[in-house]
Design a protein. Sequence first.
Length: 176
Amino acid sequence: MTASYNQNISQALSNETQQVVAAFNALNTDAKLAWLYFVYENMGASITPAVPSAADPELAPTLLGDYLQLTDEQQLDIMRGIINCEDTEYSRAYGALKENNQLLVWYVWAVEMGDTVVDIPDDYEATDAVNDLLAQIEDLDFEGQISVLRTIASQMGYSEVKPIPTQAETGKTPSL
């Protein structure tokens, strides 16, 4: 399995935001889906202005068009496949996007939940881990929240594209 862009936590993140990403990565697949739902449900008004202005929905027709026509079970399978970085058509489509467009996909899905996107079950009870993680991201400033969400979004999906090794990894300086 290969994540869409970078499986490692960015060094640009603070220790606090790295801990939030690590706690997210420790959740199981369905807990991750629930957490993303609750993040957009609880913080959607503050997150959404950063996403649409920096994203291009035309780049994700499979995920923002075709996906909305599928059954609830198909949609849930696709979400799980993206979270688990499985090699599927939808996971590849997601993995080909940059972080802002990946966040836009999750935002659109969250807005459409219960209408054209499978909803969280009515009897779902969030675990302590999910609730703790929600509290952690809510305590971050806006920049920290977006950094966490971009990092998490970039770790999902499937792509065979590998990041270019850094000078520190290769010991060589870039050349023209």
